[in-house]
Write a protein that binds this ligand. Structure first.
Ligand code: EPZ
Length: 437
């Protein structure tokens, strides 16, 4: 990735025009790839991951693993990136502070390290500033598996009992995506039976779990809220290879872009079945969406008007919190008042203040609820991306607006969207990246 922390994007607004027609290919899922990198710790032989997105978060998690002694080789064929991870020389269980503090997904490594090395040492994980993002559910789970936990100078030190972790029943007080992923992986290397209850239902979890079962793991209940794992030694599979599933949040982002800005957009190499909530919402608002195997086509007339609708985020398969900001941009162009209720995170509405500066009609009631009125004419502004998803929301708002929008902190967007400026420019949008020295 050749961008720096100081890159900026300059987007020329379409001022509400919808003339473009094109096709965009969806990349591999960031959040599937992150957990799949952690899954390499379950194998005695090298794990190959294909369809890996070329984004910052993957590079960062890869750096964390390399520092632990994991050998990672990269291959690129037909524009698709593969990684092969060899953990045979794993020599440490201490996560690098600087990297782990920037990446929430670093927490997924801690359980498999604890199970494989008998210890894990790490800082409080970082990541998008969308709320406090505690890790109490992880610490409770590790304690249930028999680990001892000490906290010194803001770092967590986990130690397994001498004879290793023991399977246990873990009920997640609230559904946690990386918590479910972390403990599913940990339990594969934990003697005895582990029963995880109130698991998250994200499709990435079911997909990776089914792959692990194919490679010899004993996991039941995938796709339900109760997952049972009978653990044991490292998986003995000879040449395990896992294809990262399409990024449903990227696909959903493009659906919203298409509804707002294009006469017709074909979104290919995606999994429409992972987008029910987003498709249902857009269709209820009046969008014309055609679903085909592995692709979705969205059409909009130049005068297309959309209905305002209440938007409530919910764990999968409900409306994804990661698309809340982008759908708020859509709602600034819908006719009427829309109530937004962000139920997952308590700090994920801040971007609305910037949309208001662009001309959106916004009222923030509390940390979880806001109202957006429309349709409103947006005007380009100079803005700074606060996190990955809000950053893309600003870019789309800038394309809807009149005049120019300048976006700082573009590396936030690069964390989760591969070459987003180049890919949207290929559709005909006027977006330029400026590398500042
Ligand atoms: C994952 O974060 C995703 N990140 C997030 O995507 C996504 O927004 C989120 O799930 C919800 O879908 C990755 O997969 C790397 P949670 P995660 O644990 O696992 C609370 C993006 O843009 N909680 O499901 O960290 C937590 O505060 C990112 O791709 C605890 O209270 O989210 C939140 O309110 C942003 N204690 C709720 O649970 C804990 O120990 C759900 O969080 C853990 C979580």
């Amino acid at each position: 990735m050749n961008n720096t922390n100081h890159d900026i994007l300059v987007a020329k607004g379409c001022h509400g025009a919808r003339k473009l027609k094109g096709t965009i290919v969806v990349k591999g899922s960031k959040n599937d790839a992150l957990q799949a990198l952690a899954a390499s710790l379950l194998f005695g032989s090298p794990l190959t991951l294909t369809n890996v997105p070329a984004i910052e978060d993957i590079a960062r998690l890869g750096n964390l693993l390399t520092a632990l002694g994991v050998a990672i080789t990269e291959d690129k064929k037909l524009g698709k990136k593969s990684l092969t991870l060899d953990t045979s020389q794993l020599h440490s269980a201490t996560l690098d502070d600087d990297i782990a503090k920037k990446l929430r997904a670093s927490i997924i490594l801690t359980g498999p390290l604890l199970a494989r090395r008998g210890e894990a040492h790490f800082p409080h994980p970082g990541g998008c500033v969308i709320g406090e993002r505690p890790i109490d559910l992880f610490l409770d789970g590790f304690a249930k598996l028999g680990a001892s936990i000490t906290i010194r100078n803001g770092r967590y030190h986990l130690t397994a009992p001498r004879d290793g972790l023991r399977g246990a029943e873990i009920f997640f007080r609230n559904q946690t995506v990386t918590g479910t992923e972390c403990f599913m992986l940990t339990a594969v290397l934990t003697k005895g039976q582990t029963v995880l209850k109130n698991c998250a239902l994200e499709p990435e979890i079911e997909s990776l779990g089914k792959f692990l079962v194919r490679e010899g793991a004993r996991i039941r209940g995938l796709g339900t809220t109760t997952i049972t794992i009978d653990g044991g030694p490292l998986l003995k599979s000879l040449r395990p290879s896992y294809e990262i599933i399409p990024d449903r949040i990227e696909a959903g982002s493009f659906l919203i872009l298409g509804a707002l800005l294009m006469r017709e957009l074909t979104i290919t190499r995606c999994e429409p079945g992972h987008l029910d909530a987003v498709i249902a919402f857009l269709r209820s608002a009046g969008a014309t969406i055609k679903i085909e195997p592995r692709q979705i086509i969205i059409r909009a007339t130049p005068r297309q008007s959309y209905r305002a609708l209440p938007l409530t985020t919910h764990e999968y398969p409900g409306f994804p919190t990661d698309l809340q900001a982008l759908m708020a941009v859509f709602l600034t162009q819908a006719t009427g008042e829309s109530r937004i209720f962000e139920t997952i995170f308590e700090g994920r509405l801040g971007y609305l203040e910037t949309l208001a500066r662009m001309g959106a009609e916004v009222h923030i009631h509390n940390q979880h609820q806001a109202t957006v009125g429309g349709p409103t004419l947006l005007t380009g502004r100079e803005v700074t991306s606060p996190d990955l998803r809000a950053g893309l929301a600003y870019l789309i708002a800038g394309l809807v607006a009149k005049a120019e929008t300048i976006i700082h902190n573009v590396h936030c967007i690069d964390r989760g969207y591969e070459k987003i400026d180049e890919r949207l420019a290929m559709l005909g949008f006027n977006i330029k990246r400026h590398h500042s020295p």
